[in-house]
Design a protein. Structure first.
Ligand code: 1HN
Length: 356
């Protein structure tokens, strides 16, 4: 490939040093015994001219994965499994329990009458509710009943348990920063003594306190949002208003972010989420950014073109666009798309870049 700065052709290998001569090979062999290695053989790969992800774009159709996760319900209980989840594995990263290099994603099933026992961990989690109504998650003593389209956060080290007192199976998307936390070898976890937390706050308490533009006196900024559940019933009217007034970004549509009301920043320090309404017939312009993103179609249908491939999606389908891959969305009817990525972590480290 021709270098944009020098105009010179770089060798196809990752070596900057040309051929490995027999003398060099013998030398590498000798220094290898001391756990030493020559940088010049790997330099190109370590500092590529632009992001070079091993991840590939991928799509999971809800109709198919729903059948499979319901089948898991006949094989193992939520209690036995601790969390009954099918992991969305990036097809190019099988066996690594990740959908991008930094994020884990999965589809969780909780059947009527089941509970998923209380625990906590240093990984942060979000839930995005896909199917069913009436199961709850209890986070830090607040039990929140979940409905389709709700966005629920479980912050770093927050105790959480789930239960389904309704009559229908409930399925949601889990996204966690597990690969990021494990990258830093900073993972802790523990089970709580009791399987279920006692309710110390009413359902909806955190949204009522922090979600309407006023803030209680004396509240201090926190890295993560104090809101446990951002209900879809509250979010959708905002999207409708933006769309109706023409506040439609040419790449992303009428988009909002789930904000931490104490700082205006993202909902968690490692994961940031958006939700967008794409007007009927929307044809998005090409876009790329360094944060690989997971998308969920909430309503409507459409397609996303990504580097010569087209992913066609409908309600509850989940797809992933890796870092720095150019993509563009197209919507048929009016469409709602949820998305989440590691953008806050990249921004905090000064790494995040985008290209319109
Ligand atoms: C977890 O705690 C949940 O609480 C779901 O629902 C998925 C995947 C990895 C590690 C912890 C949950 C998880 C998880």
């Amino acid at each position: 490939m021709e270098s944009p700065t020098t105009g010179l052709m770089s060798p196809p290998s990752e070596s900057v040093a040309g051929a490995v001569t027999p003398e060099r090979a013998a030398y590498y062999e000798r220094i290898g015994k001391q756990n030493l290695a020559p940088l010049w053989e790997v330099l190109r790969g370590l500092v590529p001219p632009e992001p070079k992800t091993p991840c590939v774009p991928a799509l999971w159709r809800f109709a198919e994965v729903k059948k499979m996760v319901l089948e898991a319900g006949t094989l193992i209980t939520a209690k036995e499994a601790e969390r009954r989840v099918l992991v969305f594995e990036n097809p190019a990263l099988r066996g690594k329990s990740r959908i991008t290099q930094s994020l884990y994603a999965g589809l969780q099933l909780i059947l009527p009458g089941e509970i998923a026992p209380a625990h906590r961990h240093t990984a942060s989690a979000i839930r995005f509710v896909l199917d069913g109504e009436g199961a709850y998650t209890a986070v830090e003593g607040e039990k929140t009943v979940m409905r389709r389209g709700d966005f629920v956060i479980t912050a770093n080290w927050a105790p959480h348990d789930h239960g389904n007192p309704s009559k229908q199976p409930m399925i949601w998307l889990d996204v966690l920063d597990v690969p990021t936390v494990n990258f830093f070898d900073a993972a802790f976890s523990e089970h709580l003594e009791s399987e279920m937390q006692s309710n110390t706050r009413e359902s909806g308490d955190s949204y009522a306190r922090y979600g309407s533009g006023v803030l209680p006196d004396g509240v201090k900024p926190m890295l993560r949002s104090p809101i446990i559940n951002y209900p879809y019933t509250q979010v959708k009217p905002v999207l409708e208003r933006l769309e109706a007034s023409g506040d439609v970004d040419p790449h992303h549509g009428a988009r909002v972010r789930y904000a931490n009301p104490l700082t205006g920043g993202w909902a968690t320090p490692t994961m940031g989420a958006n939700i967008a309404m794409l007007p009927k017939g929307f044809r998005g312009k090409d876009y790329r950014s360094t944060d690989g993103a997971i998308f969920v179609c909430v309503e409507g249908e459409g397609s996303t073109r990504v580097e010569g491939e087209t992913l066609e999606w409908g309600p509850n389908d989940v797809f992933v666009i890796p870092s720095w891959k150019r993509y563009a969305h197209a919507a048929k009817g009016r469409t709602v798309l949820f998305s989440i990525s590691d953008r806050p972590a990249q921004e905090a480290l000064g790494l995040w870049r985008e290209q319109n």
